[in-house]
Design a binder for this molecule. Structure first.
Ligand code: ADP
Ligand code: MG
Length: 260
């Protein structure tokens, strides 16, 4: 079982008006089957952490590794999905989903077969030949997920993928992502602003302090595993334990904002 690990990573940017300490001494361990969620105010370094895990940039100090091997750049073992779907509007849904494999030189027929399977997984089989500008925002995020999944990654890194969606679509996407997690056994790292989403989806929830981002507390929940084991999201959210967990996290978030 693969593990994606950040050990004591810090990141300082050369900002236009001097150094920006974005992240300080952050350690995270994402095993396959884990669902790690990062919650914290805007600007506290969550996306920076994700880009270090993805290998888009390197830490100023500390280390990111997969199974003991240092991460030096992006890799097909780590799929990434952003809030802004970053799809090609002139390509079809199928070609967008297959795109990740294009870069890896996999033959066209094989690419399309794999992409079709992933479109089926996200419920988009009927839309394979549509263009991106013909489908809704929620569907675009599902194409982004399918594209990230075609390379069969061990880890999925999701930067507020549901932030721009309406409430109902968002809830449907949450359960879809949990279904994918359950079926694929992928290790998940999700950034969100929604406390309810964080509590519902996480096996480990990380609360960040404002800049420089540090992890101020970690919370372990079993709601995502209960969903994966067959309980409905509705029944879980009606459980008093769920509201208690939500209130607890809200308290922690408020404490962070007041500490500024
Ligand atoms: P979050 O995702 O939690 O909102 P970010 O990781 O995007 O936070 O940003 C953390 C801090 O680092 C912010 O103050 C942001 O302005 C700064 N920052 C992010 N990227 C860069 C960059 N490339 N150059 C300079 N500063 C940056
Ligand atoms: Mg961000």
């Amino acid at each position: 079982m693969s593990q994606l690990i950040a050990e004591h990573v810090s990141k300082t940017y050369d900002g236009a008006r001097g150094p920006v300490h974005a992240l300080s001494e952050v350690s995270v361990r994402i095993g396959q089957g884990d669902f790690v969620v990062a919650l914290g105010a805007s600007g506290c370094g969550k996306s920076t952490l994700l880009s270090l895990l993805a290998g888009f940039q390197s830490p100023s100090s500390g280390r990111v590794s997969v199974d003991g091997v240092a991460v030096t750049g992006p890799g097909s073992d780590r799929g990434v999905v952003f809030q802004d779907d970053a799809l090609f509007p002139w390509l079809t849904v199928l070609d967008n989903a297959a795109f990740g494999l294009t870069l890896r030189g996999i033959p066209s027929q094989q690419r399309r077969e794999r992409a079709k399977e992933m479109l089926a997984l996200v419920g988009l089989s009927a839309f394979a030949q549509h263009r991106i500008n013909e489908i809704s925002g929620g569907m675009r995020q599902r194409v982004g997920l399918a594209r990230a999944l075609t390379a069969n990654p061990s880890f999925l890194l999701l930067d507020e993928p549901l932030g721009a969606l309406d409430a109902l679509t968002r809830e449907q996407m949450q359960t879809l992502i949990l279904d994918i997690w359950q079926k694929s056994g992928t290790g998940m790292f999700l950034i969100t602003h929604s406390i309810e989403e964080a509590v519902m989806m996480s096996t480990e929830l990380l609360i960040f302090s404002p800049r420089p981002g540090r992890i101020v507390s970690r919370h372990y929940f079993d709601f995502a595993r209960r969903y994966a084991a067959g309980e409905s999201a509705r029944s879980i959210k009606q459980d008093p334990a769920f509201s208690q967990a939500r209130s607890l996290i809200l308290e922690h978030i408020i404490a962070q904002t007041e500490a500024v």
